[in-house]
Design a protein around this ligand. Structure first.
Ligand code: 5GP
Length: 203
């Protein structure tokens, strides 16, 4: 039987640069699979359905919640976001590592259901820096920027639930650190020992 992949969960406040870090990481690690989330929010300019998110109506989303089709789902600034279950479970069972980029409430749900998940928190160098990044993105109204910043404060308090913390002061460094975390997790004794035990049993 093929060894299960590892589930990595990347969280951090909106605007910290999770998307940029994740995209660079994916350019460098072909074994990683990204789970595309579903959301009820409108696409931003340049975003595409099926690439950035699956954009669906609230009715559709609620129907899928009833059908237990999500690993986790959360409401974030008046919209729903969720991780479809089927893709993640298939990829893990095929031995691929799966990467989720989700906010904190959802990550905590994953923690309850997948005790073996590895939780990584991406931190901005400062809150001031975070505000500048959200403003620079220019896609949100003033009220939304304030809502997202207030959410960010709450999210940073949840950092202690995570296994690793990476400060995103520089995208390349942050990506390197996440790659090291992935490598270290693959070298964990319990994991390697399990694979060897299976080999020994075959002989
Ligand atoms: P945005 O609207 O900026 O794309 O995302 C808002 C927040 O929702 C971000 O923190 C993002 O990581 C998070 N998010 C994206 N997809 C999911 C998901 O499937 N589940 C949860 N819980 N959060 C998500």
């Amino acid at each position: 039987m093929k060894e299960q992949g590892i589930l990595f969960i990347l969280s951090g406040p909106s605007g910290v640069g999770k998307g940029t870090v994740r995209k660079q990481l994916f350019n460098q690690d072909p074994n990683l699979k990204y789970s595309i989330s579903m959301t009820t929010r409108e696409p931003r300019i340049g975003e595409k359905d099926g690439i950035d998110y699956f954009y669906r109506s609230r009715e559709h989303f609620k129907d899928l919640i009833k059908k237990d089709a999500f690993i986790e789902h959360a409401q974030y600034v008046n919209n729903y976001y969720g991780t479809p279950k089927e893709y993640v479970e298939n990829m893990l069972s095929l031995g691929h590592d799966v990467f989720l980029e989700i906010e904190v409430q959802g990550a905590l749900q994953v923690k309850q259901n997948y005790e073996k998940g590895i939780f990584i928190f991406l931190l901005p160098p400062s809150l001031e820096d975070l505000k500048t990044r959200i403003l620079r993105r220019g896609t949100e109204s003033e009220q939304l920027v304030l809502d997202r910043l207030s959410e960010a404060r709450k999210e940073i308090e949840m950092m202690e639930e995570y296994d690793y913390v990476v400060v995103n002061d520089n995208v390349h460094h942050a990506v390197d650190k996440i790659k090291s975390i992935i490598q270290s997790e693959h070298c964990k004794r319990e994991r390697v020992a399990k694979q060897y035990k299976q080999l020994l049993e075959v002989e």
